[in-house]
Write a protein that binds this ligand. Structure first.
Ligand code: NAP
Length: 240
C-alpha cells in the first residue's frame, strides 16, 4: 500500500466526465486522497471545477492520476491501491449532442468498469455506481414518451450498459450502492437537498451534477456497511 493510503481515500472511474470531475473536486475539497483512473491523462483538467466565490480552486493538491484502460489489470490495481471506496461515474461517449448521433468508442464502458472492480477490488472496497432511473426494472417508471426516445435512439446503449453493470455489481458480493439519478444538469451546486427517498417521481425531475457529486462522496465515506441500497435521486421537490 502506498502512503497516500488513508481510510479517507477514494478512487473515481470516469473522473474526466462531467459528473466524475465534480466528484474528484468534491473529494479533494474535503481533504480526501483522490485517485482518478483515466484513459487519457491529458483529459484530466488542470483546474478542477470550483464553485468557491473566488473562482479559485478550492484545494491545493490535485488527484493522483493513473492512466490506463479498464482492461489493463495493472492500471486498475494501482488505481485501487489504498482506496476504501470507488465511485463509478463513467458513461458511453456519444458522437454528437443529439440522441441519434451514435456511440463513439466502447459501448460497454460501465459494465467493463464493474467487471474490473469485481476482479481487482478487495471484498471491503465499497462501490458507488452512478446509474439512471430507467435502468433495469426502473424502466417502467419512465413516462412512455421517454421510453420511446431511449429505445429508438443511441441512448438505449447507455441504459443497457447501466442495467448490465447493476446486475454484475449486485452479483459481485462487493458492498455497493447503486444511485439511480434522474436527468442531470450542469452549473453550480443549487444547495438543494438531494432527494434519495426513492419516492415516485413525476413531471421532469432533474438533479444538478454538483449536488449529486456531494451525495456520491457522502456515500463513498459512509463506511463498509451493507449498502445494498438503490436510490432514486432527484433534487428535493422534483417529484410529485
Ligand atoms: N445525462 C443524464 O441526464 C444522466 C442521468 C442519469 C444518469 N446518467 C449516467 O451518469 C453517468 C455519468 O454521466 P456524465 O454525463 O457525467 O458522463 P460524461 O460526461 O459523458 O463522462 C463519461 C466518462 O466516462 C469515460 N469513458 C467513456 N468511455 C470510456 C472508456 N472506453 N474507457 C474509460 N473511460 C471511458 C469518459 O472518459 P473520456 O473523458 O476519456 O472520454 C468520461 O470520464 C453515465 O453512465 C450516464 O449514463 C446520466
Amino acid at each position: 500500500m502506498t502512503d497516500h493510503t488513508t481510510h479517507r481515500a477514494i478512487t473515481v472511474i470516469g473522473a474526466t466526465g462531467r459528473t466524475g470531475r465534480l466528484v474528484v473536486a468534491e473529494g479533494l475539497s474535503r481533504g480526501l486522497a483522490v485517485t482518478a483512473l483515466v484513459r487519457d491523462a491529458s483529459r484530466m483538467p488542470a483546474h478542477l471545477p470550483s464553485h468557491e466565490p473566488s473562482h479559485e480552486p478550492s484545494h491545493e493538491h490535485g488527484p493522483r492520476v493513473v492512466a490506463g484502460d479498464l482492461d489493463d489489470p495493472d492500471a486498475v490495481r494501482r488505481s485501487l491501491d489504498g482506496s476504501s471506496a470507488v465511485v463509478v461515474a463513467a458513461g458511453v461517449r456519444y458522437r454528437g449532442r443529439h440522441p441519434w448521433s451514435g456511440i463513439a468508442g466502447r459501448r460497454d464502458v460501465v459494465p467493463a468498469a464493474v467487471r474490473a472492480l469485481c476482479t481487482h477490488a478487495t471484498p471491503l472496497t465499497r462501490v458507488i455506481l452512478l446509474s439512471a432511473v430507467g435502468a433495469a426494472e426502473s424502466w417502467r417508471e419512465l413516462p412512455a414518451p421517454v421510453r420511446w426516445l431511449i429505445a429508438s435512439s443511441s441512448l438505449r446503449v447507455s441504459y443497457a450498459g447501466l442495467t448490465e453493470a447493476e446486475r454484475l455489481l449486485t452479483a459481485s458480493g462487493l458492498p455497493h450502492t447503486v444511485v439511480r439519478a434522474v436527468r442531470l444538469t450542469d452549473g453550480p451546486p443549487t444547495g438543494a437537498e438531494v432527494d434519495a427517498t426513492g419516492r415516485p417521481l413525476r413531471g421532469n425531475p432533474r438533479v444538478a451534477r454538483a449536488d449529486l457529486a456531494r451525495m456520491l462522496v457522502d456515500l463513498a465515506l459512509a463506511g463498509p456497511g451493507p449498502g445494498w441500497v438503490t436510490h432514486r435521486v432527484a433534487a428535493a421537490g422534483a417529484g410529485g
